[in-house]
Ligand binder design. Structure first.
Ligand code: BES
Ligand code: MN
Ligand code: ZN
Length: 512
């Protein structure tokens, strides 16, 4: 894990591998951002001109490296693009987060990066820290000393190692607000990275049992209460959704309850995560081209797990219960068949018309179980539908809810932490498409609006009167294209920051 410190040192005197400064896009070319003063002065006020000569424009995420001015203790200045120069207010926190992330990625293999970006207050400093720590991520568990794509020999700890130390300049290390900001940034980024690690772990190593074991280890470390229902307990308890989805796999399902409580808490939140450790589609097998990334189908459970640990690290005055609905969806002689009817934990019967619509089945059981404890609100997180990816693309998750105000709050919170999301409706007329001729409901409905249909299905398993929101993260959970900002290729940790902020706002009494 990358180390984080705040420092009041000058960029000139700090020993580091690189000084990171910001460059914005001005009307007449690139302009050096606040924070770059020491570097600019050393360049006789010509930093922007030097950068322009090197082809820099100040465009978002653009990285330009140049030798540091003489007298500097760091050898390199790395200018990172911030995008359009703001007219009055400062750079937004998400702009800082992304720029710091891009810079941290460009410093892969380096030991120490000093970030001299435009930091006006503790919130800005936290954004720089968070972005840098999230950008300084690499999933190396499965790399030996093997060759890289160019065929060159690589050691695990060499040039592909993430930046080891982040120093945020302009952050006052002794100031209370800055101290809290640093702690928060470190905890949040570490937990986002924990979710990413779980998502990136291939399904031959991450199955319901090993996922539950990881949760158990973290629970022990952070003083959380944990209960794990194994396949026997699930069968006995009547968890037909989890059992029905998991029964085709040699790795049986689990339902994990991981609980954080605070003595002064006035509210309790329940987070429910879809944890399909591999989604082959089951008997309704996915075609080639649709299953290569399906190790990511537990991203919701990873986000929930990571968020609960982050809340514990931050010691927030709110109770948070995480529910991880873990199963592997495989075809086999013991798998659920299309046309089978499952009796769910709620007592409702579900006709499984498509075994690839499995997420809603495991979530339904977990939502019913979570509702029994009558939390003040429930948020589920799931890579639920391809339809949501078609609707919103690869970087935005959809938010559905049984309560308009709650949906708006979650949307606003996501925006605040820099996660792209959009509110989606749950049109009542789509319910009849799930009418079944044999059971209470079918697990599939109309193809059009498939993401909304899934939301309507889940809604029927949420306890009466409990505000509930459903985050369909199928798009942003897993980045199949190149890295950008603080987002790496592969697992992204989508929704972790939204859940943590929701817990903070609830602890602060800002919600309901
Ligand atoms: N895990 C998939 C959804 C998904 C698709 C996640 C793409 C990430 C990227 C889910 O279990 C699924 O297969 N959904 C089906 C539902 C359909 C059969 C009603 C879908 O979206 O096609
Ligand atoms: Mn599926
Ligand atoms: Zn799935």
């Amino acid at each position: 894990m990358t180390a984080l410190t705040f420092s009041t040192s000058s960029a000139a005197t700090l020993r580091a591998d690189a000084i990171v400064v910001g460059v914005a896009k001005g009307a007449k070319g690139p302009v050096a951002a606040p924070g770059a003063e020491a570097v600019d002065t050393a360049f006789d006020g010509k930093l922007a001109a030097v950068l322009e000569t090197l082809g820099a424009t100040g465009g978002e995420g653009e990285v330009t490296k140049l030798p540091a001015p003489s007298g500097f203790k760091a050898p390199v200045v790395l200018a990172v693009g911030l995008g359009d120069a703001p007219e009055d207010e400062g750079f937004g926190t998400e702009t800082l987060r992304r720029a710091a992330g891009a810079a941290a990625r460009a410093l892969t293999g380096a030991k120490k990066g000093a970030f001299a970006l435009p930091v006006a207050d503790a919130e800005d400093a936290a954004a720089v820290a968070e972005g840098a720590l999230m950008g300084a991520y690499a999933f190396t568990s499965y790399r030996t000393s093997g060759a890289d794509s160019a065929g060159g020999a690589k050691k695990k700890d060499d040039k592909s190692a993430p930046l080891a130390e982040v120093v945020v300049l302009g952050g006052k290390p002794r100031d209370k607000a800055f101290k809290a900001a640093a702690e928060r940034a470190a905890a949040v980024a570490a937990e986002v990275n924990r979710a990413r690690d779980l998502i990136n772990t291939p399904s031959n190593d991450l199955n319901p049992k090993s996922f539950a074991a990881a949760a158990q280890a973290a629970a022990k470390e952070h003083g959380l209460k944990i209960e794990i229902l194994d396949e026997k307990a699930l069968a006995k308890g009547g968890y037909g959704g989890l059992m029905g989805v998991g029964q085709g796999s040699d790795s049986p399902p689990r339902l994990v309850r991981i609980g954080y409580t605070h003595p002064k808490a006035e509210k309790t939140l329940a987070f429910v995560g879809k944890g399909i450790t591999y989604d082959s589609g089951g008997i309704s097998l996915k075609p080639a081209g649709h299953n290569e990334t399906m190790k990511c189908d537990m991203s919701g459970a990873a986000a929930v797990f990571a968020a609960v640990v982050a809340v514990a690290k931050l010691g927030l005055a709110v109770n948070v219960t995480g529910w991880l609905a873990l199963a592997e969806n495989m075809p086999s002689g013991s798998a659920t068949r299309p046309g089978d009817v499952l009796r769910m934990y709620s007592g409702k019967t579900v006709e499984v018309l498509n075994t690839d619509a499995e997420g809603r089945l495991v979530l339904a059981d977990a939502l019913t179980r979570a509702s029994e404890e009558n939390p003040d609100a429930i948020v589920d997180v799931a890579t639920l539908t391809g339809a949501m990816v078609l609707a919103l693309g690869n970087r935005t998750f959809g938010i559905m809810a049984n309560d308009d105000a709650f949906r708006a709050s979650v949307h606003e919170i996501a925006e605040e932490v820099g996660e792209q999301s959009w509110p989606m409706p749950m049109p009542a007329e789509l319910r009849k498409g799930m009418d079944s001729s044999v059971a209470d409901i079918a697990n599939m409905g109309e193809r059009m609006g498939g993401g909304l249909v899934a939301g309507l299905f889940l809604k029927e398993f949420v306890g009466e009167g409990i505000p509930w929101a459903h985050l369909d993260i199928a798009g942003p959970a897993f980045n199949e294209s190149g890295p950008f900002g603080y987002t790496p290729k592969g697992g992204t940790g989508s929704a972790v920051r939204t859940l943590v902020r929701l817990a903070e706002r609830t602890a602060e009494g800002d919600l309901g």
